[in-house]
Write a protein that binds this ligand. Structure first.
Ligand code: THG
Length: 367
């Protein structure tokens, strides 16, 4: 593969200097920004993530900030998850849907106060949709992208590393909650969250200037913990069933098809723009749903286009993410499967680049 040409459109992050010094080997583009994908190798990064602690430049998780008296009302217009009981200090994983109930994004909503929210977005231009809604409905709210860049600290030793830099109070942060901490005199929100199942934190770095100082402080404090630069790991996130917007689902899918029905309260999410559509399509339940699928045989390459799934000679779905798992000794994958073939144990055929392979619907993700 060729390299990516640098340009202003392809944004660097506050941590890009550190990422380069750490020897990044590959990037992807996410929200028009660089996202590292490989440091040593995907397999070596995976092993290190599961055994030690990594610092991830996930600045690509851009924030859409809502500020003003109508911020809460606007937030509820965007999602079918009922936000009425959400308190400042909480984070919610929220499907965002359009007027047809199609998924526009699957961000983490961060409630800073009653009238200030961050929407920590996956890879789609959500800012434009949110600005359109705010202006079209003449809401009293400011919508913009602040200079806030998440830095994730992930892995089994992440709590010890974070305590060294921010104090023992980080140990008290509960899952999907955040609290405020100081670094070099600046206030930072730190949440117990992150795009891995290994445990960890996300630091919402407010201001590009403190990006590299914080990066260096984490590495200096974690030398004896074997801290390394890392990134969301393809193998680990498929094993854990963490979905990737644009890969595993698009605006053609409802949250229910994506297995995100547990994050929808469509009856009570009054004001949600996709509510009527979702009430209609969810009455009978989805006819296809995301499933963990083991693809048999030796390691298949990464899935860069949907791979058709067949059952009984008919097309019954598609595989959208794959990786060879060293721990489970199989190709772990995520696919969308029609209801006639989605039961655990169902044997399928997947059209992989190197030919047809047999595959089995799993009864859960691998974690
Ligand atoms: N953190 C933050 N922003 C993000 C991501 C993140 N934006 C982009 C992307 N990741 C959004 N997608 C996800 C997908 C899964 C999760 C978070 C964001 C996730 N899911 C957990 C799970 O499924 O087990 C927990 C969900 C819950 O119980 O609430 O963490 O990672 N800031």
């Amino acid at each position: 593969m060729a390299v990516i040409s640098p340009s202003r459109r392809l944004r660097r992050t506050p941590f890009s200097d550190g990422v380069e010094a750490a020897g990044v080997k590959a990037y992807t583009v996410y929200n028009r920004m660089l996202l590292p994908t490989v440091f040593e190798s995907v397999e070596a990064d995976y092993r290190h993530l599961k055994d030690h602690v990594q610092v991830w430049d996930v600045a690509v998780e851009r924030q859409v900030e809502l500020r003003g008296p109508d911020a809460g009302r606007l937030m509820q217009m965007l999602t079918p998850r009922d936000l009425r009981r959400m308190l400042p200090g909480q984070c919610y994983y929220v499907p965002i849907v359009d007027e047809t109930g199609g998924m526009l994004n699957d961000p983490v909503a961060v409630k800073l106060s009653e009238d200030r929210w961050w929407i920590s977005i996956a890879d789609s231009d959500l800012l434009l949709w949110v600005k359109g809604i705010a202006n079209g409905y003449r809401l009293d709210v400011l919508v913009d992208e602040p200079d806030v860049s998440p830095l994730a600290v992930q892995g089994p030793k992440s709590e010890d590393l974070m305590a060294r830099v921010f104090g023992d109070r980080v140990r008290d942060i509960r899952f999907f909650r955040f609290d405020m901490f100081q670094f070099e005199g600046r206030d930072l929100a730190i949440a117990r969250s992150g795009y891995s199942k290994q445990g960890g934190f996300e630091i919402y770095v407010d201001g590009t200037e403190i990006g590299m100082p914080l990066w260096h402080a984490l590495f200096a404090a974690g030398e004896d913990l074997n801290v390394r630069a890392g990134c969301p790991n393809a193998i680990e996130r498929i094993e854990g069933g963490l979905l990737s917007y644009g890969n595993d689902m698009t605006d053609d899918n409802t949250p229910h098809e994506c297995g995100l029905g547990r994050f929808c309260d469509t009856q009570t999410a009054i004001g949600c723009i996709g509510r009527d559509a979702l009430l209609r399509v969810t009455k009978e339940g989805p006819v296809q749903e995301i499933r963990p699928i083991a693809i048999h045989g030796d390691a298949v390459g990464p899935c860069d286009r949907p791979w058709p799934i067949f059952g009984g000679g008919r097309r019954v779905g598609q595989v959208t993410s794959t990786a060879w798992s060293p721990d489970f000794k199989t190709n772990v994958s995520i696919g969308m499967v029609r209801m006639t073939h989605w039961d655990p144990g169902t044997v399928l055929e997947v059209e992989c680049p190197d030919g047809m392979r047999s595959a089995t619907v799993q009864d859960g993700f691998w974690l």
